[in-house]
Design a binder for this molecule. Structure first.
Ligand code: NAD
Length: 315
């Protein structure tokens, strides 16, 4: 049997590191695609040259042509621009929508059976746009945010309690960024809810640090944003799909009635397997948690509406 093929679009920090993780884990061959001439080819060659040292047999193909998507089983979309000084939020939204929309069209054309994992920001809107443009079934279009946000929450809890991250299970729902909804009640250390292990006030500080996790890294790096943890999160989702792992992971998914929310892509726990999102897992939320999730979903909905408005002539 031939190895599966994963296409990673965008060979920047997140894309190249995702390609590295997928190849080194022997998950799949990787097609790395970017518009910058030589970049995906150079990084792919470098990755291929690391393979003999690591004993990983994956093939890496670098290309500037979206035709390299052809036949991929999973596509990870990491292409996009970072916000530059003087660029408004609307500007960034439109520019990244043009990039991601074009890529989505190419995915529909070249890889009609693929499962798509969107990473580009603003995440929830870009995932919605990808679903719309590919016209793929909802189970085959998802966004990466919750796995990263939960990992950050777990990392901070591990640092606080001095316990292994292996024993921590964290759950973060909702939109990516300020709108995320960390759920301490469903976050456990060896099965014990973290609410019993960390005082409420301190836990709230850790939750806030989780919300600000992306910004904390940007402030330290000064140029660019996080990529080690984001690429690990994307690769874990790729593994769950390709290996049919049936893992329950928080992903940005189209909700149609679950949690009382409809027609919005927002972070919720989902069972991931070869078919993509095989089920949305509904946790029993308190009224406050539900309200936070609904607020988060409404904010995503209004951003999608804003993008539609901007896309209209004269919008
Ligand atoms: P980066 O600037 O290092 O890489 C982006 C790459 O996209 C560049 O190499 C660029 O040339 C390429 N690109 C631009 N237009 C393209 C097109 N039309 N086709 C193919 N490639 C194209 O950025 P990064 O740090 O790798 O981040 C990538 C994206 O992921 C950003 O939108 C970032 O905000 C987002 N991100 C999301 C999360 C998350 O949790 N969802 C986490 C980290 C980063």
């Amino acid at each position: 049997m031939s190895r599966p093929l994963v296409a990673v679009v965008g060979a920047g920090q997140v894309g190249a590191t995702t390609a590295q993780r997928i190849g080194e884990a022997g998950l799949a061959d990787v097609a790395l695609i970017d518009i910058v001439e030589g970049l995906p080819q150079g990084k792919s060659l470098d990755l291929a040259e690391a393979a003999p040292i690591l004993g990983a047999d994956a093939r890496f193909i670098g290309s500037n042509d979206l035709a390299a998507l052809r036949g991929s089983d999973v596509v990870v979309v990491t292409a996009g621009l970072a916000r530059k000084p003087g660029m408004s939020r609307e500007d960034l939204l439109q520019k990244n929508a043009a990039i991601v929309g074009g890529i989505a069209d190419a995915i529909a054309e070249e890889a009609p059976e693929a499962t798509v994992i969107v990473v580009s920001n603003p995440l929830d809107v870009m995932t919605w746009l990808t679903h719309r443009r590919t016209r793929f079934p909802k189970r085959r279009v998802m966004g990466m945010a919750g796995v990263l946000d939960s990992a950050r929450f777990s990392a901070f809890i591990g640092m606080e309690l001095g316990v292994s991250v292996k024993d921590i299970r964290a759950m973060v729902l909702g939109g990516h960024g300020d709108q995320m909804v960390p759920l301490p009640r469903f976050t456990t250390v060896a099965g014990v809810p973290v609410t019993e292990l960390i005082a409420a006030k301190r836990l709230e500080e850790i939750v806030q640090r989780t919300r600000d996790g992306g910004a904390e890294i940007v402030a330290l790096l000064k140029t660019g944003s996080a990529f080690y943890a984001p690429s690990a999160a994307a690769a874990a989702m790729v593994a769950a799909v390709l290996r049919d792992e049936k893992r329950v992971l928080p992903v940005c998914a189209l909700l149609e009635g679950e949690y009382g929310i409809s027609g919005v892509f927002v972070g919720a726990p989902a069972r991931l397997g070869r078919a993509g999102i095989e089920a949305i897992v509904e946790l029993k939320l308190t009224e406050a948690e539900s309200a936070a999730l609904r607020r988060s979903a409404e904010s995503v909905r209004s951003n999608c509406a804003l993008l539609e408005k901007l896309a209209r002539p004269g919008g």
